[in-house]
Design a binder for this molecule. Structure first.
Ligand code: ATP
Ligand code: MG
Length: 414
């Protein structure tokens, strides 16, 4: 270990263009979500452990091996949130909002999972997410998915992603499917990973989401939910696909999608890309009708999704350029007061402007070039006497003298 502190494994500093790329994803998603009537909520970064432990499923990867759980100084078990949905449902209940439905909720922020770090997979990562809480109709699922599609489109990456869609059925269908899965995997007990042998007892569906190669080899022939769908679940599935058609959302049916968390019913989906290697899922979600009740509220149906900002930003590529900068350059002490006047007028007009604190004209011009300033506003003794500034276009090279109090308006008009 070296002497200088390093960022914790799986965490990263976001600086410059990288942070701009992040902000662009969040700003875009927030704007599009607002056009769908979604309002932003912000819940705490940590919660009581039970908010996540039971709801996500004790055999899910997240709860079994990825949570940052610790006892605080008062001895309470707390967990850094590994995802947003359970906390939003907790907030819905604790703020008494189960009586004001529907709620259309957007959120963005850091999440924490103890994972093996690799490209597109970190221990602190960031998600945008949307929850449509209240409506039981499959049309709500279609609308939530349409929102996701429109966010991807606004980021310019709708064409790079595929919507993969599946149904997980309702409780009745799941019970039948579970029996079929147990029958199938029992025949291959010895070939399952240790984790999945445990899952076989406790939650056989989880095996379908396993990342262990020995499990994956068995998945191809595992029974699918389709054969076990109840009439109600079949009707929901038909309704979902009809709704997507109405919203003009294209999808492919992938009967192997199960999702990693326990609370999903009926709808499950992922937007995937082949441009990010193994970490190809950029946004994923489903319906979670039982979760609000698990937080101590009434039975409130809901549908939602979360997108990984790291992956979305990688896919979206170059962030928008930063605004042009004006460099204000006083030459000599006497010019400083006038320069600060111009500097603040530029900022007041909404322009990005800066002034170096020291150095001769040459040094300051070099600095202006280094920050790729579009204009330099130079105020020397001679200019000061005449009440003007020399405004130089640093790309074209032409310059003109302008009255000190007209510089900001002149540059803002360009
Ligand atoms: P994966 O199968 O990749 O582990 P997941 O099923 O655990 O994903 P979700 O809990 O559905 O993922 O989270 C939604 C999205 O958040 C993912 O599709 C992905 O884009 C992003 N995401 C999840 N975990 C991470 C992580 N550790 N680092 C970066 N992004 C992540
Ligand atoms: Mg995961």
């Amino acid at each position: 270990m070296s002497d200088t502190p390093q960022p914790v494994r799986g965490t990263r500093d976001l600086i410059g263009a990288e942070q701009r790329g992040f902000a662009h994803v969040v700003d875009t998603a927030r704007r599009v979500a607002s056009t769908y009537g979604f309002d932003e909520w912000m819940t705490p970064i940590f919660e009581e452990t039970r908010v996540f432990a039971r709801s996500l499923g004790e055999t899910s990867d997240v709860v079994a091996k990825e949570m940052y759980t610790f006892a605080d100084r008062g001895g309470d078990s707390l967990t850094l949130r590994p995802e947003g949905t359970a906390a939003i449902c907790r907030a819905l209940v604790t703020n008494g909002l189960t009586q004001s439905l529907p709620q259309r909720v957007f959120y963005a922020g850091p999440m924490f999972r103890y994972e093996r770090p690799q490209k597109g997979r970190y221990r602190q990562f960031h998600q945008i997410g949307a929850e449509l809480i209240g409506p039981p109709e499959p049309l709500a699922d279609a609308e939530a998915i349409a929102l996701a599609r429109d966010i991807l489109a606004a980021l310019g990456i709708a064409g790079e992603t595929t919507l993969e869609l599946n149904t997980l059925g309702d409780a009745e269908s799941r019970a039948a499917w579970r029996t079929a899965l147990v029958g199938y995997f029992n025949d291959f007990r010895d070939r399952l990973s240790e984790d999945s042998r445990l899952r076989l007892e406790r939650n056989p569906l989880r095996i379908l989401d396993s990342k262990a190669p020995e499990d994956r080899a068995l998945l191809a022939d595992a029974p699918l939910i389709g054969a076990s769908l109840s009439d109600a679940a079949q009707a929901f599935w038909d309704g979902l696909r009809r709704g997507l058609d109405r919203f003009g959302v294209q999808y492919v049916h992938n009967p192997r999608i199960v999702r990693g968390l326990d609370y999903y019913v009926n709808t499950a989906f992922e937007f995937t890309t082949d441009r990010l290697g193994a970490q190809g899922t950029v946004l994923a979600g489903g319906r979670y009708d039982g979760l609000v009740a698990q937080m101590g509220g009434p039975a409130v149906p809901a549908i939602g999704w979360a997108g990984g900002i790291e992956r979305l930003a990688m896919l979206a590529g170059e962030p928008p350029a930063i605004a042009a900068t004006v460099s204000v350059i006083p030459v000599g002490e006497a010019a400083e007061a006038a320069a600060i006047g111009v500097l603040q007028a530029l900022r007041g007009a909404g322009l990005r402007a800066e002034m170096g604190y020291r150095g001769n004209l040459k040094r300051r011009m070099e600095r202006a070039n280094r920050i790729e300033a579009t204009h330099a506003v130079i105020i020397g003794e001679d200019e000061l006497e005449r009440g003007v500034a020399r405004v130089r276009d640093l790309r074209g090279g032409e310059q003109q003298d302008l009255a000190l109090n007209s510089v900001a308006a002149h540059l803002a008009a360009r």
